[in-house]
Write a protein that binds this ligand. Structure first.
Ligand code: BGC
Length: 386
């Protein structure tokens, strides 16, 4: 496996280098520049070392239109995503850190893959096949984002790195052992990040188990389409393809009710700025929306437009829900990339997911995965300008 992985990396990196060299021999410098820009490419570099000396690698996926996605294998994290604005000016639109050390400090899940169960499980307990499982509690009495050491805090294995004419992709995998953070079953999971020539970042999630368990994985990127650290996101216009949401109690655990957004500040069925009614929502937005698609097929979940730069991000997903979090707990205590201080509402998250606390809510779509079954979900972020 390890040999195969090393081989793939060497192949990918060599492809980029060799391809470039060949062109210089057969074309003028100017022509080769133009040709190079038309290609998908992947480069890799060392991002830092874990306290035990393990090296962490940063992969840069580039497309011909100036989009760059950087992914590292610690936490299978999306470290940055650069896109052009309407004038072609390229900026990083995700919050995070310049170095691995930043990610090793306590932070609110910048860009990471969250698992085994994204979002909250009330009291960190649930019943499965007549057995009560007790999970690590790390959010008051509740379990949040996989527990104390979730998928965001482990080193993932790099299985495959490859680029072709239309895509550049990195596949990462992780074995979450039976009993980890209290979950039953050895869960083998993988995440593939694919950048496409037509300006999409696609994330494919897969998992298999050897014992009945619960799974709900997502990516926890914080977005600011005007550029990371540039200010708050209250002027972004948001559309959510959801007529309903799941109201929560004071601990942010769904009450079980599925409520219409109509005639309330929760309604984003028509584009509205995030800030227009945020004062009417206690604590700010931190809610799971019930997508109109019902899940199961790739469908439009959200569209965000940032008027000053013209950037547009659309999110398509096979998941039935999306957590809209308006960065309420950012408080200026974290200094991120390029020395930018992340204050309240400086980023927002749109986490595609199954509903929070589903293991305790029989009426919510099931998150149970049984041996022999395959968990597969897809989320696509599409970038453009207007
Ligand atoms: C949750 C928030 C939480 C944030 C960072 C979001 O997914 O909904 O309540 O504060 O993650 O942990």
């Amino acid at each position: 496996m390890r040999t195969k992985f090393l081989f793939n990396i060497i192949l990918a990196v060599t492809a980029v280098i060799v391809f470039g060299c060949e062109k210089k021999n057969t074309a003028t410098a100017q022509e080769s520049e133009v040709k190079e820009k038309k290609e998908m490419s992947i480069t890799k570099e060392t991002f830092g070392k874990m306290p035990d000396g393990q090296e962490i690698t940063l992969y840069t996926l580039t497309n011909p239109n100036g989009i760059k996605a950087k992914i590292m294998n610690y936490g299978a994290t999306l470290v940055s995503l650069e896109t052009p604005d309407r004038d072609g000016k390229v900026t990083d639109i995700t919050l995070g850190f310049d170095t691995l050390d930043g990610y090793l400090t306590e932070h609110p899940y910048f860009g990471v893959i969250v698992g085994r169960y994204a979002n909250r499980i009330g009291k960190g307990r649930f019943m499965l096949d007549g057995v009560e499982y007790k999970l690590a509690t790390n959010n008051g009495p509740n379990h949040l984002h996989g527990g104390i050491k979730g998928f965001d805090k482990v080193v993932w294995k790099v299985d495959d790195v490859k680029a072709n004419d239309d895509t550049a992709a990195v596949k990462l995998s992780y074995l979450s052992k039976n009993g980890e953070e209290g979950y039953p079953g050895n869960l083998t999971c993988s995440v593939i990040y694919t950048l496409t020539k037509d300006n999409k970042l696609r994330i494919d999630y897969e998992a298999k188990t050897d014992k009945t368990t619960v799974v709900n994985m997502t990516n926890h990127a914080y977005w600011n389409l005007a550029g990371q650290g540039s200010g708050d996101i209250l002027g972004h216009e948001l559309m959510l393809n959801a007529d309903k949401y799941t109201p929560v109690d004071e601990g942010l655990i769904p009450t079980g009710e599925i409520k219409d957004v109509k005639d309330s500040p929760m309604d984003f069925t028509k584009p509205m700025t995030i800030g227009s009614r945020i004062d009417q929502v206690t604590g700010g937005y931190d809610h799971n929306y019930v997508l109109n698609s019902g899940g199961g097929k790739l469908a439009l979940a959200a569209r965000v437009y940032e008027p000053t730069t013209g950037r547009v991000m659309e999110i398509y997903t096979t998941e039935p829900g999306i957590q809209f979090y308006s960065g309420n707990f950012l408080d200026g205590s974290i200094t991120g990339k390029s020395g930018k201080v992340y204050k309240k509402h400086y980023g927002f998250c749109l986490e595609t997911q199954h509903f929070p606390d589903s293991p305790n809510k029989p009426k919510f779509p099931s998150v149970v995965l049984k041996p022999g079954e395959k968990y597969t979900t897809v989320t696509v972020h599409k970038f453009s300008t207007k």
